[in-house]
Design a protein around this ligand. Structure first.
Ligand code: GRF
Length: 190
């Protein structure tokens, strides 16, 4: 059993998964401590959420660095300073590179809105609808160097609301929030 794992959440957008994880900690459903939110987008709504939660945020723009390695080294410095043990990706729209993969072997987790290995990459929900899938879902997995290819930790299925992207998305996001917190709790209580 790991004692109160210290983790960072990486997000590029709205941060509803960050919020669900934060709320689960607050209500005692998840044992963990969010040390930092890392975002690669200056206008990401997750910044606002982190501020309201009183969590430190690192806004860091990859193109302001000479390379991906240099960008990730800068992030790593901050993670080391805060003694971060795990990285939880929640809508972080970049492939994680070698600097972070090597520093956190089997300690980077992601959530993806499909039943992997179906529909990896961008707009997984759109891809499922485009293919006429009747069932899609959510996957929580370890992160490796590929695009949504790491070993699967947990999955849950969602019935597609045919012809209704908005309702399908709503179902998926609701499920994501529950599955992510549950899976992290299970992982960290092993
Ligand atoms: C989620 O659908 C997640 O599965 C995917 O990106 C989306 C992020 O949503 N990786 P949010 O920013 O947590 O609301």
């Amino acid at each position: 059993m790991i004692e109160t794992p210290k983790f960072a959440v990486f997000a590029s957008g709205s941060g509803s998964n960050f919020q669900a994880i934060y709320d689960a900690i607050q209500s005692g459903k998840l044992c963990g401590s969010i040390q930092l939110v890392v975002t690669d987008k200056r206008d990401a709504f997750v910044i606002q959420r982190a501020k309201e939660a009183g969590i430190e945020t690192l806004v860091i723009i990859q193109k302001e660095f000479p390379s991906k390695e240099a960008y990730e080294k800068e992030i790593l410095l901050k993670l080391m300073e805060l003694k971060v043990e795990w990285i939880v990706l929640a809508g972080y729209m970049r492939l994680v590179g070698n600097v972070l993969l090597n520093a956190y072997p089997s300690r980077i987790i992601n959530i993806h809105p499909s039943l992997l290995p179906s529909f990896p990459g961008k707009d997984a929900i759109g891809q499922a609808l485009e293919h006429g899938a009747k069932v899609t879902g959510v996957t929580v997995h370890y992160v490796d160097a590929g695009m949504d290819t790491g070993p699967i930790l947990a999955q849950a299925a969602v019935e597609v609301v045919v012809g209704d992207r908005e309702k399908t998305e709503e179902r998926i996001h609701t499920l994501e929030h529950a599955l992510y917190t549950k899976t992290l709790q299970e992982l960290w209580s092993r």
